[in-house]
Every structure is written in C-alpha cells, then in structure tokens.
Design a protein around this ligand. Structure first.
Ligand code: HEC
Length: 486
C-alpha cells in the first residue's frame, strides 16, 4: 500500500512537473514570437540616443521626438525611414574608417522599433521611460564662454540669386587665446545654407614693404585679377569659363597655382585661418583636452555666409559663433587643409566625371576629422593616403554623397600620418539630366561659390605632432560675454 501510494504520489508529482513544463515552455514560446515592446522600455532609449540630438525644438529636423506624444504620430514615417536606413543619415562606407559620430542603428535596434510599431506602438508604463537627455539649449559644444554675433540683423531680399555675404566681428582679445571648442550657429535656418568662420589676425606692419599710392594699388589689384583663373561676380567668386581646365588636380604644375593666384591643391595647408563651419547635418564636438585652436590677440572673426533665398519672402538673419576656452595647458594646435581643385571643368550632359586633388603633408601629423564638400552634381568622394613607403589606405569612402547633408566624419581615434604622405581626394560628378538636382545639364560647369557652380574639396582636420605650445591657458572667466551683445 505504502509503495503503491508512493508510486501514485510519484506519478502525480511527475505529471505535475510535466504540466508545469508544458506551461512554462508555452509561456516562453508566446514571449518570443510576440515579445511585448513598449515605447517607455525599449524604444525611447534608442530614440534618445540616436535621434533626439536633431529631433528637438530649434534643431535641423522638422519635428521633435522627445516624448511618446511626439513620437506616436510619426510611427509610420519612422518605420519607413529606419528600414530604408535613411535615418539617421549616414553616407560613409562602413568598410573604411571608424567614426565617433556614426549614428547608424544596429539591425537589432531597427527590429525593436519595427516590432513596436507592428504591435500598435503602445506606450507601456510611463514610469519606465528614461529621463529625456539634457541638451544645452542651442549649443552642441555646451555653454560657450564667448558668443560672437553679427552686429546687426541682415536682411535678405525675396528674389534673385544666392548671396555670399561677409561680416567682420572683432574678438576684443588683448592676448592670444586658446580655444577647446567652437561652433557656428545660423540665426535663420531657412536661408543660411552654410557659414564658414575665419580668423583674421592683425597684420604685422612690415617697414620694408613698398608704399603704394591708391592708384598704384588699384592697378596691381586689376593685374592680379587678370592673371587669376577666378573673378568676382557680384558677391560670388567663380572660376572663369575660359580658364584652363584640369580634372586631374594632382598633375597640375604647382606653378600654375601661384601664377593663377588661387589656393588649392598643395596650397591647401595655407588654410590655417579656418575657424569653424556650419552646414545642415554637421556635428561639432570639443577637441581632446590639450588640442586647441589659437586665436591671436587683436583678431577678428570673419563670417562667410551663403544665403539661399525663400521665393516671395524677405528674411532676416543674425548668426553667431560660440567658443569655449581651453582650461588646461595647450599641447597641440588644430589645422585644416582644404584639398581642392579649382581648375575643375565638367563636360555638359555627362555623368561619372572624375576630379582629383592632392596634398602632401610636410610634417608628421594626426588626422582628427574628414569632410567631403561638393555641390549638387557631386555624387561620391574618396579620401586616400599614400604613405612614403608606397602603401596606401582609404581613409573615407562616401559612395552616395548628398549635398543636403554636409557631414563631418570625426575619427574615433586620431590617425598618425608620417611626413611625406600624399592625400589623394577623388570626387565623382554627374552633370547629366539623370541627376535630378542638376539645374543645367547642358552647360559646362566650373568651380564657384554659388550652388549652380561646382566645388570639390576634401577637408582634412589635423594636429601637428612636433608642436609644444605648452602655454597654460588662463582662466576662461577673464573674457566672457560678447563685445557685440547676446
Ligand atoms: C543629424 C540630425 C538627425 C538625426 C540624428 C536624425 N534625424 Fe531624422 N531628420 C533630420 C532632418 C534634417 C530631417 C528633414 C530632412 C529629411 O527628411 O531628410 C529629418 C527627417 C526625418 C523624418 C521624416 C520627417 C518627414 O517630414 O517626413 C523621420 C521620420 C525621421 N527624420 C526620423 C528619425 C529617426 C527615427 C531618427 C533616429 C533613429 C532620426 N530621424 C535621426 C535630422 C536628423
């Protein structure tokens, strides 16, 4: 009896275990086929990390994505954009280079958002939502120590061609300053296509410089304009239609640059008056501690602003540059080389036209970022390093360049480059009618400021290894606020 009872008990116990097993495996199964995905727990962390930076008030994107309420109406559009990998936008080929601002979603993140939308995009428990990320209002670099703004609001008329306008803003610096971060911000995103801010250091008086009368100066200037391949067309600088055309910029005799009075090619290194650029989709970050940009005492900052008009609407703009002073000792200065080919000439009605430019580093350097720049006919760009031992490496490959997104590719680790390394920048252009952005496929196209002309630049931002600035930067509090208000 005892035995039988025991056996029965064992059987009952076993069946209970079996039942339990069925129960758990069933529960497990339903969980995997339709894991409940909620905004609060699963989706918000992805959106806050990869989208919110642009999708918030006052930034480049058309709508804010900071809460369930914000995101829910956009669920369908979000699904489409992330499945097609159009958002976050990223043009670089993942096989070359590692970039810290690479915002592409992983397949797992895409799957999570897609199954959330397929389940009706539920909110879940609002208590699970992570805190909304903190952004410094307006400035990606953090609160600037100094903001330099255009003195007056600029008024842009409602019709006519694009305009390049220049504004000079004094820094008020009475001593050399070292900055850790700098950012340009458009006042009116509807019309500001881009901003490039340059440093204009005070000119040293050269007592040996011959003195010219006003008439002599004008004559010299006119002669220089005649020799140059470029001319001034209203607000715009353009290459002359009949200037010699070279698409293989690396084979242009260097003399030609001097004779023709243009910067570019090997002359790229002359660009150290570059301060910062802004264009839609561009991301700026402070440099590593110790890596700085020097602004000499008495300098001004020149804004070059490319304005595009809004048909039928008079618009106003007052743009700014914000900077953060270096707090620790300054070790390395940042330089920008714009490797470009202003001699380029595109044939009409032809796609797949290649244009190249070269620059050789004359010192040991570390590259920190790369920025391709072309206008609307640009379709691809590759930046390659050819080392002194003959080996070469592709640093950046952008197979689908998009003019609307002027991305700066920030290297995850600064890359060491020995003196004598040649950089080869190759761009591809489509000047055919297949290119839907092409305003005039029947015309030959030269270099120029307006978007209906072309440009071809590979910007290489770097530090110089041998530098020992070592000047401890003074406390930032010494200069604060802006001489021009704000
Ligand atoms: C670097 C800035 C930036 C980031 C990061 C970014 N976006 Fe965008 N987004 C934009 C801009 C600018 C537009 C408008 C231009 C366009 O549609 O290409 C846009 C447009 C969109 C649109 C289309 C809106 C419409 O009017 O139809 C959707 C949807 C979208 N983004 C979703 C996302 C999602 C989801 C993420 C993150 C996974 C994200 N974006 C990350 C800048 C950004």
């Amino acid at each position: 009896m005892r035995n039988r009872f025991n056996t029965a008990a064992i059987i009952i116990a076993l069946s209970a275990v079996a039942l339990l097993n069925i129960g758990t495996s069933k529960a497990f199964e339903t969980k995997t086929t339709a894991k409940k995905v909620t905004f609060s727990k699963d989706v918000a962390p992805i959106i806050y990390k990869s989208c919110a930076e642009c999708h918030r008030a006052g930034e480049a994107a058309p709508m804010s994505l900071l809460s369930y309420k914000d995101v829910r109406p956009w669920a369908k559009a979000i699904r489409e954009k992330i499945v097609k990998r159009e958002m976050p936008h990223w043009d670089a080929d993942p096989n070359f280079g590692k970039f810290s601002n690479d915002a592409r979603l992983t397949q797992a993140q895409i799957d999570t958002i897609v199954s959330w939308i397929d389940q009706g995009a539920p909110e879940g428990n609002p208590k699970d939502t992570p805190p909304v990320p903190k952004f410094t209002e307006g400035w990606a670099i953090g609160k600037p120590d100094l903001i330099l703004s255009m003195k007056d609001e600029f008024t842009l008329e409602a019709s006519g061609p694009d305009e390049y306008q220049y504004f000079e803003i004094p820094t008020g610096f009475t001593e050399d300053k070292y900055i850790q971060a700098v950012e340009a911000r458009p006042g009116n995103r509807k019309i500001v296509h881009h901003i490039i801010a340059f440093i204009k250091a005070p000119q040293k008086e050269n007592p040996n410089r011959p003195k010219f009368t006003r008439e002599e100066m004008a004559k010299l200037r006119a002669e220089a304009e005649k020799a140059s391949i470029q001319y001034q067309d209203g607000f715009l600088r353009r290459t002359k239609a009949d200037a010699p055309g070279y698409n293989d910029g690396c084979s242009i005799p260097q003399d030609e640059y001097r004779k023709r009075r243009v910067q570019g090619g090997e002359g790229g290194d002359a660009n150290n008056n570059w301060l910062v650029g802004y264009a839609p989709g561009n991301v700026v970050q402070p440099w590593e501690p110790g890596t700085v940009k020097k602004i000499p005492a008495g300098s001004s900052v020149i804004f070059q602003i490319h304005y595009s008009k809004v048909a039928g609407e008079v618009q106003k703009d007052r743009s700014s540059v914000g900077m953060i002073f270096a707090k620790g000792p300054a070790k390395k200065e940042v330089y920008m080389s714009g490797v470009s080919n202003p001699f380029m000439k595109l044939e009409p009605n032809k796609d797949n036209q290649r244009v190249s430019a070269c620059w050789t580093a004359d010192r040991d350097i570390h590259i920190i970022s790369l920025t391709p720049h072309m206008h609307v006919r640009g379709t691809a760009q590759r930046i390659e390093a050819i080392f002194p031992d003959g080996k070469s490496q592709i640093l950046l490959n952008v197979p689908t360049y998009s003019f609307a997104w002027q991305t700066t590719y920030l290297l995850t680790e600064p890359m060491q480059i020995p003196k004598g390394t040649k950089f080869l920048v190759t761009s591809v252009f489509d000047n055919s009618s297949k290119n839907k952005y092409n305003p005039a496929p029947d015309k030959a196209v030269r270099w120029g400021d307006p978007t209906y002309d072309e440009m071809m630049i590979g910007f290489i931002e770097y530090t110089v290894d041998s530098q020992t600035l070592n000047k401890p930067a003074k406390a930032a509090a010494a200069v604060s606020g802006s001489p021009t208000g704000q």
